[in-house]
Design a protein around this ligand. Structure first.
Ligand code: ATP
Length: 311
């Protein structure tokens, strides 16, 4: 569990974080987004106990970052946007050094090999980091953050410099790490990519937290699930039956597709499916619709533009 309370951080003459508070539950992937200069890097550095806030507190697994930085460095791993590699050392040496410095105890060689393979850099194991391409350096930097198997991963622009295939592998790897129990916070400007794997979203703007939300409806607090139901024939023929269903609100329909909002949880979703089948409606598929990150983000920027125009 990550608990941030009333966090303020100042650079000389500049407030970078302004009374930011939020909680992150374990085993989630949170996308940290916001325009340039919003405070994302500053927040990640404070979470990683690399910078000390002016005011407020951060607790990670019960440890306060400003008092227990050593414990924080053990549970959290941080990938900076300017990753630090030892250019003279090879891929294997860089990873081994990081494993040592994180006090990895058992079978470092095996861990180095597994991590390098996971990031697809094992074939470059004997190449000096300084001679790697930007994308390969980025993969090595990500491998370094994973080497001691942290519980929490803080990634600042992890896909910068990666080719499309490596970006896809990174997305798949983050999903796999979450399945293995890791809690991940990722900052990026590429919303479409974040959307593939994030379960939650935090939006910062000018140091302020402007939104925190879950990206699937059943994670949101209002207990609503949005479903896209596809029919094998024109949905208009079946609207009277659909509209008579309890706890269901028809948001829109067109041709063979209807978007429904269901009040309830995943059990209610199961019940709805059962009812639709019992009523012999010609359904082809039912898909839960994620709240689109891009839509949430654009809504916020539109609201901001409106507020500025009023000033
Ligand atoms: P980006 O998306 O451009 O990486 P960001 O959201 O990560 O931006 P930060 O790097 O956290 O934003 O910066 C937040 C604010 O603090 C910005 O206005 C930035 O100019 C300022 N800032 C960052 N580092 C320093 C510094 N060392 N000294 C003074 N101001 C700084």
């Amino acid at each position: 569990m990550i608990e941030v309370k009333d966090l303020c951080f100042d650079y000389p003459g500049k407030r970078a974080l302004d009374h930011v508070s939020f909680t992150i539950t374990p085993n989630t992937i949170t996308a940290l987004v916001g325009p340039n200069g919003a405070g994302k890097t500053t927040l990640l550095r404070c979470l990683a106990a690399l910078d000390r806030p002016l005011h407020g507190s951060i607790k990670i697994d019960g440890w306060e970052t400003d008092r227990f930085s050593r414990q924080i460095h053990e549970v959290c791993s941080y990938l900076s946007d300017f990753y630090g590699l030892y250019d003279e050392l090879t891929v294997t040496q860089n990873l081994t050094f990081f494993a040592w410095s994180h006090h990895c105890e058992d079978n470092i060689d095996k861990q180095v090999k597994e991590t390098a393979k996971r990031l697809d850099i094992w074939e470059y194991r004997d190449v000096a980091a300084g001679k790697l391409s930007r994308g390969l350096r980025q993969r090595l930097a990500i491998a370094q953050t994973l080497i001691h198997r942290p519980k929490i991963l803080l990634l600042d622009e992890p896909s910068a410099g990666l080719d499309p295939e490596a970006r896809f592998h990174l997305s798949q790897m983050l999903i796999q790490l979450q399945k293995e129990g890791m809690t991940i916070i990722v900052s990026s400007h590429i919303l479409s990519e974040l959307e593939d794997y994030s379960s939650h979203m935090i939006v910062l703007d000018e140091g302020l937290l402007v939104k925190q939300c879950g990206l699937t409806d059943h994670q949101s607090t209002n207990n609503k699930i949005t479903l896209k139901v596809e029919f094998s024939e024109d949905v208009a023929l079946h609207m009277p039956v659909i509209q008579s269903l309890s706890d269901v609100n028809v948001k829109s329909y067109e041709k063979q597709t209807v978007i429904l909002e269901l009040q309830g949880n995943q059990q209610s979703q199961q019940q709805l499916l059962k009812t639709l089948i019992e009523k012999q409606l010609p359904i082809i598929s039912v898909q839960e619709q994620k709240q689109r990150m891009q839509d949430v983000y654009l809504d916020i920027t539109k609201q901001k533009a409106k507020a500025k125009a009023k000033e």
